[in-house]
Design a protein around this ligand. Structure first.
Ligand SMILES: [Zn+2]
Length: 289
């Protein structure tokens, strides 16, 4: 294993550390903490690096445990220096802000890869799911079948995200969202991510191992159900449940008003019991297709 550190900004101490294992094709890039508080990817990647270090690989994998080092240190989503969301500025700019330069450096690495996997967090009340452009690109759809996660969701396609920009350049790329935010994470989801990394490498024959593929279900884009008043929300559903339009999602406590689903599909995340304000989403639902 070799570690390559790239100093992106000296003043703020923004350095990216890439860990390279094996050599040659196929080349896989796995990134974590693109949003600094979504640390589940970093944790899973560090575990994967230590268990892969002694093994012989047929091909190569580069891990970037922390893509957004300044935000990571603050357990914040965006950079504390330029308040920019790193996953909105790809392919970056060599002469831009710190975030744009981080994106540029990561993009250089990404363009060398045959497959890209970016690990994110969807809060602490969500199910793990793959987010990708499976409806647009056959090579993306084929790629995500190698990921041992049963729920596959179509992305909104918002530009400036690493996986979206890569997918448009014919590079198979996807995000996995799993339970994590504000510097904490779900350990069961972390185990799944760890196994998914191994499964991906096994299905590309980079490591010699039998890892069963997941039975997957493909969904459309995520829609959210929003509330229009300040109140306390108590959910009556959990993430992973499938619902139909009109089904009960939860109640607002003041007058017992029911919050009904505006969509049919699988609940990828649901608001935990707590205060809500007008415009807050209480449930994200990946729609049936
Ligand atoms: Zn994220």
């Amino acid at each position: 294993m070799s570690r390559v550190s790239v100093e992106v900004d000296k003043t703020y101490g923004a350095t990216l550390s890439f860990y390279r294992l094996g050599k040659g094709k196929p080349r896989v890039l796995v990134t974590g903490a693109m949003h600094g508080d979504e640390v589940i990817g970093t944790y899973s990647i560090r575990r994967a690096i230590s268990s892969l270090d002694e093994r012989t690989l047929k091909g190569s994998v580069t891990f970037l445990p922390v893509s957004n080092p300044l935000a990571f240190r603050c357990r914040e989503r965006a950079s504390p220096v330029d308040s920019t969301d790193l996953n909105r500025v790809f392919p970056g700019d060599e002469k831009g802000s710190v975030s744009q330069r981080l994106a540029h450096t990561i993009w250089q690495e990404a363009t060398q890869a045959d497959y890209i996997l970016d690990l994110h967090g969807c809060g602490m009340s969500c199910i793990p799911y793959v987010l990708c452009l499976h409806q647009e690109f056959d090579y993306v759809r084929e790629y995500v079948r190698k990921l041992a996660i049963s729920t596959v969701v179509e992305s909104s396609g918002l530009r400036g995200q690493l996986f979206i920009e890569a997918s448009h350049k014919k590079m198979p790329a996807a995000i996995i969202e799993a339970g994590s935010h504000r510097g904490i994470f779900n350990t069961d989801h972390a185990d799944q991510l760890y196994r998914t990394i191994f499964g991906l490498l096994a299905s590309l024959s980079i490591i010699d191992e039998k890892v069963p593929l997941a039975k997957q279900r493909f969904y459309g884009k995520i829609s959210n159900t929003k509330v229009d008043e300040e109140d306390f929300f108590i959910p009556r559903v959990t993430a992973g449940m499938t619902v139909k339009k009109g089904d009960l999602l939860g109640v607002m406590t003041t007058e017992g008003k029911k919050v009904l689903s505006q969509h049919s599909g699988i609940i990828t995340s649901v608001q935990m019991p707590g205060v809500v304000f007008p415009g807050d989403s209480v449930a994200n639902i990946a729609e049936e297709i």
